[in-house]
Design a protein around this ligand. Structure first.
Ligand SMILES: *Cc1c(COP(=O)(O)O)cnc(C)c1O
Length: 468
């Protein structure tokens, strides 16, 4: 794209007096807007012809990167391909033309579709009932914790206000517990990345009667299966607490194991991640919450109606088009792809926790630390080669985290191409580190100053102009 010709901002293309429309003269006489309500000066709008506007936005859209453009190995986000049939099904006028206040007897089909999804989620997770109301994963966590809170209150056990969260947990876990009015206690991870059962045992011995629940992410944020779940589940239940499963990253579990069978009482699922809704940039999402038998009466009302209905219909279409047999291939294939990349790169990237991973894994930067090339530099250089960067500097357990999640959808050719480029970057870091440190070079905007952007954000064009 020629930035000079088309401009980065629509305001830069403005020419005084230029118009994209022509309206007939007002034939109806002017009706007065009170002077106090009128503008003192004209709105500062860009003045452009229609074709300039169309070209500007069309070219901007071409700068966007999504799963439909290329490989998007953003760890913990499950940026998997979203089959287009999901969009068609969710966009059926029989669904989109519904009004939330329609009489119940006129929306039986939509209700049946929701019920079908709830039943399938029960089957896939081994839990008893699901509410579709929560709008996202974090919203699901809050909903699930409200269920747990109510459960203890109903039993008259008001002292249970403590939620155990492993130090490797997603930041939303402690945040949701705090929003729910509970206290948080952290339990450490072992050097292999899994929960320290001895530390947990000690904590339960000291504060067992205060424990409302333990939240676990499985596979955890390092992409590792928590092998000690049977022991942990037993200990927490014996102490009187419930087990909460953060199922945001359920993808690798499809066809492998079910949270309900592992003894979990409550969980949420990120439909937008595992069940294929285009997400990122903050939405849209759906975070249904499932509970074991006996807890379904504790569901709170956290949103009106049936939650994010279109996301639910995409998930339903996704599950039904895959079918029972193919759904079970999702987990094993996602796991295979992640392990293939890990094994193909671990001689040049630092693998702090070696061993079998599930759907994702974490490198701690380049193996050769003498080059001065950081994880940030590697991520920026990947953009030059046409790949979306992996998740970087998360989880916080390592200094140079680089978290890769390929998903089950990618072909061997795509994955081999990515591996080759990651090796090429490792080589460049050795032979030409400045090239990597100053990347990206081929993108419309080069390396941005993160610190300046965070400390002095300039988000309006006018301010930018006055500073120039
Ligand atoms: C993405 C994610 C969440 C939060 O989900 P949102 O839909 O973004 O609110 C919670 N936990 C884990 C492990 C996640 O990966």
């Amino acid at each position: 794209m020629n930035n000079k010709l088309y401009g980065n901002l629509i305001f830069e293309l403005s020419q005084e007096g230029r118009r994209g429309y022509s309206l007939p003269k007002n034939r109806f006489g002017s009706y007065e807007i009170p002077a106090s309500m009128r503008r003192k000066e004209d709105a500062q709008l860009p003045e452009c012809d229609e074709m300039t506007v169309v070209r500007h936005y069309t070219n901007l859209s071409a700068n966007n990167f999504g799963v439909d453009n290329g490989f998007y190995p953003l760890g913990s986000c499950t940026m998997k391909y979203n089959p287009k049939i999901n969009e068609e099904m969710a966009a059926l006028p029989q669904f989109t033309a519904l009004h939330p206040l329609q009489p119940a007897q006129t929306v039986k089909g939509a209700e049946a579709a929701c019920a079908m999804l709830q039943k399938l989620l029960c089957e896939l997770t081994g839990l008893h009932a699901f509410t579709l109301k929560p709008f996202a994963g974090a919203h699901g966590e809050l909903t699930g914790l409200m269920v747990i809170k109510k459960y203890h209150e109903q039993r008259g056990d008001m002292a249970r206000r403590l939620v155990i969260v492993p130090d490797s947990a997603h930041g939303t876990n402690p945040a949701s517990a705090a929003v729910c009015g509970m206290d948080i206690v952290e339990v450490k991870s072992l050097s292999d990345g899994t929960v320290d059962v001895e530390a947990l045992k000690e904590l339960l011995a000291q504060r067992g009667s205060e424990i409302a629940a333990m939240m676990m992410t499985n596979p955890n944020t390092l992409g590792l299966f928590e092998k000690q779940i049977p022991a942990i589940e037993k200990m927490v239940h014996e102490a009187g607490g419930l087990m909460y499963y953060d199922g945001a990253n359920l993808n690798p579990m499809l066809g492998a194991a079910r949270p309900g069978d592992m003894g979990f009482d409550v969980m949420h699922i990120n439909l937008h991640k595992t069940f294929s809704t285009p997400h990122g940039g903050g939405g849209p999402g759906a975070g249904p919450v499932g509970v074991r038998k006996g807890l379904e009466d504790c569901f709170p009302v956290v949103s009106p109606y049936h939650g994010n209905f279109a996301v639910e219909m995409r998930a339903l279409a996704y599950i039904l088009t895959l079918g029972r047999e193919n759904v079970k291939l999702v987990g094993p294939l996602a796991t295979l792809n992640a392990n293939y990349i890990k094994e193909s790169l671990k001689d040049v990237y630092e693998l702090p926790i070696d061993g079998l991973c599930k759907h994702e894994f974490v490198f701690d930067g380049l193996k050769d630390k003498s080059t001065g090339v950081t994880t940030m530099d590697v991520a920026k250089r990947l953009l030059d080669y046409g790949y979306h960067a992996p998740t970087i500097y998360f989880p916080l357990l390592f200094h140079e985290s680089l978290m890769i999640e390929p998903t089950e959808n990618e072909s061997k050719e795509t994955i081999d191409g990515f591996i080759a480029v990651m090796r090429q970057i490792a080589e460049e870091a050795r032979t030409n580190p400045d090239e990597v440190k100053s990347a990206p070079h081929n993108t419309p905007i080069g390396r941005v100053d993160d610190v300046l952007a965070a400390k002095h954000p300039v988000v309006t064009w006018r301010q930018l102009k006055s500073e120039a």
